[in-house]
Design a protein around this ligand. Sequence first.
Ligand code: MF3
Ligand code: CO
Length: 248
Amino acid sequence: MICVKNSRELAAMRQACIISARALQLGGEAVEPGVTTAEIDRIIRKYIESQGAKPSFLGYGGYPASACISVNETVIHGIPDKRVIRAGDIVSIDVGAYIGGYHGDNAATFAAGDISPEAQALLDATRESLYEGIAQATAGNRVGDIGAAVQRYVEMRGYSVVRQFVGHGVGTNLHEDPSVPNFGTPGRGTRLVPGMTLAIEPMINMGGSEVEILKDGWTTVTKDGKLSAHFEHTIAITSDGPAILTIP
Ligand code: MF3
Ligand code: CO
């Protein structure tokens, strides 16, 4: 079932999204050679709790941390631990906050120190593909228009789209209908109407699209060991076009 929000509900949701966005920004600022992923997670958790919010992911399906921190070939759901970030790493941080009955959800990939031009190009293309997808998130369009725009942008540049994981509706629950794949056919899928709130989140690989989940049940890596990047915003469909809610 798709939940369409009224303006009061959207205002509440915006609160959760602003906290999520500030948490992501703080996490990103903490990315530097020598820091552990657990330290970044702690900074994020402290900030979210200082705002009277709850980390959306903590305990979700048994997930043991506040953020997902995914380094290099890790695509998503990297569990923060003692791993030390090194210069040249790319670090994807995914974080959500829950307050006032609503979740916000966002992600970005950050560079630790100097990274290779190839890694930088992957980051830039993944971020840009998210905005290509968001531009299609207009009333009257369909979910397939979003995925098709993301897919077209990244495949033209020789990257591949992860298919095993997708974006989603978000609101009173972290994951709601509809699914929002980062691939698709224009004009297909659920019609977008004002008041829908979606998490659009391209996961883009330098090599092949295949991923595998490690024995911990969470950590998702590229099968070929090549780099992967991830950017995500929570957006609302409005009569004036897409509104990005996860802005600090
Ligand atoms: N942003 C991710 C998602 O939308 C985060 C889920 S991690 C989990 O699926 F731990 F909460 F599952
Ligand atoms: Co999400």
